[in-house]
Design a protein around this ligand. Sequence first.
Ligand code: GAR
Length: 193
Amino acid sequence: MALLTGFKKIKTAVFISGTGSNLKSLIKFSKLKKSPISIEMIVSNNVKSKGLAYGKIYKIKKKIFNFKKQITAEKEILLQLKKSKIDLICLAGFMKILSNSFIHKFKGHILNIHPSLLPKYKGLNTHEKAIKNKDEYSGCTVHFVNSELDSGEIIIQKKVKIKKKDTPSTLAKKILAQEHILYPKAILKIFSL
Ligand code: GAR
């Protein structure tokens, strides 16, 4: 009797700049049978990213690039991605803006998670802005990356209630917890047939 051999997982690189808690949740998700992705590479622009530690823990290739020379860095990244046959990039707290030429080469294959209900509050300091504007809700968004900052097609969003006593940091914490659930959900949504 023939055995069901399952499907080939999509080779994925996760780009980070800092703590890497979304990276951790994506790695955990990638280990599940139902996950369509396998994480093959961690890319960072910052040698001090705490998230790089997950490379060691989970035995995933780590690559660090100096974005002070962005054109060179992106060329090198593209080479590495090609070498490892990467087909999907997940930006997870990656705080550099990729060039149009880079995005074009991976068009439709780059996802990002952003800590606001886009199109509200693109860019930085999203929690400060939501509180300052006395919004009732903020949240997080997973979207495709296009050449305009935080503007690509939205895949999925999660609302989070803002309480009167919330500060940017308490709100950030609540939203981050939801991000960890939302990113895997977005990936399942895109790749479920
Ligand atoms: C997350 O809140 C993510 O949405 C945000 O940075 C944090 C990274 O946390 N990303 C952006 O602001 C991108 N514009 P993490 O390193 O613990 O995953």
